[in-house]
Design a protein around this ligand. Structure first.
Ligand code: MSP
Length: 498
């Protein structure tokens, strides 16, 4: 069985999850589910990044120990996954012993190789992104990501000889065009790598909420020197079982942490003698009216509130159909409602309802026996096959939005077909037989995007097993036999007021 290993970034549980966290998990889930339908043995990991100064400070502010604080916060991240139907195989927390061991092992190996040395760190640090900055990289003296003034940090620190890997990294990026996607991000990193690459401070002493450095208990590992390693911990590295899934096929991340995942992570892996991931795919940001969500302006969107109001599938569908994968996009409840009403309900829900209600009421619940196909029937049969192939190719290339578009075009053509065939006028067998089969195909093709509704479609059709256990390819042909009895369909989507 071929394998596929996909990860999301692990979130800082410094506050409750926001819509950006939800977006990343949904995109990864769509890909993981698609791969499973294609017969891959999938490992899909997500989790939380629980150490570091930011967490320590948030905990203190809340009057809790860091441990109590993260334990309380992680509940919401897990709840988010559950509510959104995120089919992760592992939720990894960096405070778990299994991860601490691996993070220390990587540190030890690099140290043993002579690529970690002790020195003095003096420089600027943004606690919000847990990242060191050079003055020239600031925007008006402020962190370019968070707009906050970084702090001056001066302490003894161990350094990783990252600079040594500059040339090797450039070569790797050039030789492997899929290592950083989309291309614009690859070019950005290549251009930043034209400047001399500095060694990286990888330990801290001024606070203690972190993983102890194996050879010096006074120091803790820099939070990125801890968090990135989760991708190895989740597959049981360095145990032999890790060979099944490593290297990761896709690290899915947002655009603010590309440097960390390509340059820092790439050089750590090179130094430790571990293969690099195949693809770091960078998605865009979910914005509000073109602006970044921000606590100070009160524009942070709570995804759990949205799920409670609209349910998971309309939100999943909206985010994938609205935002080009790899670019920024805007969220608004108005556009979510519009897409829900005019696409999910009016196109997909309507098709399912029309066809299945007709079969249920007018054909004694049984799918009719078809006779010779006319040209409209042939066209629909052909469309089911070509949609399955084309959407599959788009998905293989991680073009989620385009794939979903293509599938919705099939649903739309199904409605037109039904309308033109006018089964209520008499001749209805081919139309209903093909209609039922079209719904089966759409259930499979839509499963990665709207898994809950796809399963309902499967249940209405009264087909055996679950839709997520089917084969993507089988959506290209018929699978509902004449004479098969269906169940009473119910409305698939609710409409919301604009
Ligand atoms: N803890 C680090 C990642 C460590 S991975 C080894 C971190 N955490 S985060 O909570 O700040 O962000 C988690 C993910 O959410 C990142 O990939 C980040 O880019 C993404 N997003 C944060 N805000 C976002 C939006 N507004 N929209 C989409 N994704 C966003 O960074």
């Amino acid at each position: 069985m071929p394998k596929f290993f996909i990860t999301t970034a692990i979130d800082y549980p410094s506050s409750r999850p926001h819509l950006g966290h939800a977006y990343e998990k949904i995109c990864a889930d769509v890909i993981a589910r698609y791969k499973r339908l294609n017969g891959f043995d999938v490992h899909f990991s997500t989790g939380t990044d629980e150490h570091g100064m930011k967490i320590q400070r948030c905990a203190a502010k809340a009057g809790k120990t860091p441990r109590q604080f993260v334990d309380g916060m992680v509940v919401h991240f897990k709840e988010l996954c559950r509510e959104l139907n995120i089919s992760y195989d592992d939720f990894i927390r960096t405070t778990e012993p299994r991860h601490i061991k691996v993070a220390q092992e990587i540190f030890r190996r690099i140290h043993e190789k002579g690529e970690i040395y002790k020195s003095q760190y003096e420089g600027l640090y943004c606690v919000e992104c847990e990242t060191y900055y050079l003055r020239k990289d600031l925007k008006d003296d402020k962190c370019p990501v968070h707009g906050k003034e970084p702090e001056m940090v001066r302490e003894e620190s161990y350094f990783f000889r990252m600079g040594k890997y500059q040339q090797k990294l450039i070569e790797h990026i050039k030789k492997n065009p899929d290592f950083i996607r989309p291309e614009s991000k690859r070019n950005e990193i290549l251009s930043r790598l034209k400047e001399p690459l500095k060694d990286l401070s990888v330990t801290r002493t001024s606070f203690d909420w972190g993983i102890k450095v194996p050879m010096d208990g006074k120091h803790i590992q820099y939070v990125w020197m801890d968090a990135l390693i989760n991708y190895l911990s989740t597959v049981g590295w360095p145990g032999p079982e890790s060979r099944k899934f490593w290297p990761a096929d896709v690290h899915l991340i947002g655009k603010d942490i590309v440097w960390h995942h390509t340059v820092i992570w790439g050089s750590i892996l090179m130094s430790a003698g571990v293969e690099l991931p195949r693809t770091v795919f960078v998605h865009g940001f979910v914005n509000i009216k073109g602006e970044k969500m921000s606590k100070s302006t009160g524009t942070v969107v709570d995804p759990l509130r949205l799920v409670a109001k609209y349910s998971a599938d309309p939100l999943r569908y909206f985010l994938i159909s609205e935002i080009p994968f790899g670019e920024d996009g805007d969220f608004s409840e108005d556009s979510l409602v519009t897409r829900n009403n005019s696409e999910l309900a009016d196109i997909l829900g309507n098709l399912v309802n029309r066809v299945l209600t007709f079969v249920y009421n007018k054909c004694d619940r049984k799918v009719p026996e078809p006779s010779d196909y006319d040209s409209l029937d042939e066209k629909l049969v052909h469309n089911m096959k070509s949609c399955t192939d084309e959407a599959g190719k788009l998905m293989d290339n991680l073009q989620l939005q385009e794939a979903l578009d293509r599938i919705m075009m099939l649903a739309k053509s199904g409605n037109e077909y039904f309308q033109t065939k006018e089964p209520w006028k008499g001749e209805s067998a081919n139309c209903l037989y093909l209609g039922a089969n079209l719904i089966r195909s759409l259930a499979i093709l839509m499963e990665p995007f709207i898994p809950g509704s796809a399963e309902k479609m499967w249940q209405f059709l009264n087909l055996p097993g679950s839709v997520h256990r089917q084969k993507w390819e089988s959506a290209g042909g018929p699978g509902v036999k004449p004479g098969h009895t269906i169940k009473k369909p119910e409305p698939l989507f609710r409409k919301f007021k604009d």
